[in-house]
Design a protein around this ligand. Sequence first.
Ligand code: GLU
Length: 437
Amino acid sequence: MIVPGNNVRLSTRDSREFEGTILPDTNNEKIVIKLQSGYNIGIKKTKIESIKQLPKQMKKAIKKEKIKYNKNLPTVSIIHTGGTIASEVDYDSGAVIARFTPEELMGMFPELKKIANINSFLLSNMWSEDMRFSHYNLMAKAVKKEADKGADGVIITHGTDTMAYTAAALSFALEGLNIPVLIVGAQRSSDRGSSDAFMNLLCAVNYIAKSNFCDVGICLHETSDDKSCLILPATKTKKTHTSRRDAFRPFNAEPIARVYPDGRYENISKHATRQDKKDSKIKVKPFRENIKVAILKAHPNLYATELDNYSKFDGLIIEGTGLGHIAINEIDKHTGENKKIYNSVKSLAKKMPVFMTSQCNNGRINMNVYSTGRKIKESGVIGDHNDMLTETAFIKMAWLLSNYPKPMVHKLMMENLRGEISPRSLEKEFHFFNNNQ
Ligand code: GLU
């Protein structure tokens, strides 16, 4: 009975009951089960009063949907790339696996077709942490192809872990974008009662079909209940929680809009509209797949060799502490390494663009307040006064290095190209962030 994949009801000596699927991590001491909520629990065998075997979870047959064209509705193309939104729990192993085909996904959510004509196809079926620059190029080309065929908007379904990197990558790679592109994910797989997949897709289709938005955005839950989704700016957003459905938040920016599942929406911040982009022509400016940009997180007890490792790279982002600092001051007999760090920073900045961001996420780099910052600036590190997220800076630098000569890269890293650097820092942006944590 205690075999991975079996469904059981466990009663414990302290009168608690758990129902779920036995997972392979079960051993001599404990039984691990996946609960219906999707969470796993381990219970010591000595605490178990009784185990009852339940019938095996039957896999529901999923309807595949053929799509009929309705000329009164806009056309939205859904490009699937994988992630939790397109996956389900594998009840034999307890793991979440990528499984649904686009037709199956549409079969699960037929309501979408009342809002738009849906074209849907699979570009890849992968976890987003496995993505490389080549995948950004594939996505950008697929968006252009859909736009050229007449789509009124594109949705990309995507794993949430690196969704914000992809959103930034597409903002840069799709020059002259003239249709809305929303990247949508889910924190809970589509076969679970608590899944956020459907509502996120529903809000994204509604926003594309009904609003005038014309840019790249991210669409996910605003709160942990099913009240609304946020449309978030592609270059200013970060995943801030490992499992909550409302994990995505804008930094140094407000959300673009709030969308309700019934199709109502409220625009929150100024954004590009179809009107602004009506004369634009999409051009894909791809990433060079062999560009090497690194991210180094400044930390106490850093070693110069951590920087030297990147001497053969094309660019470096330093995610500094506070206003943009890294350990460079030799102040006593314990800090000799810091002098070596300074020399390493200086030598890297001679070879490649070295750009400073902050571990604070909120706020702006200011390398003029402390002598540490001024010295770092003198070493050739750029980025003073920027408020870019580290992830966005990483993507932007790789994209600039792919498309522009080095001196231009230095210059353009400091210019706002896709909303990634705010001209001014606004109180309300931080309040939005704070009040929604
Ligand atoms: N790590 C996976 C990914 O980012 C699963 C998480 C998710 O899809 O939300 O693709």
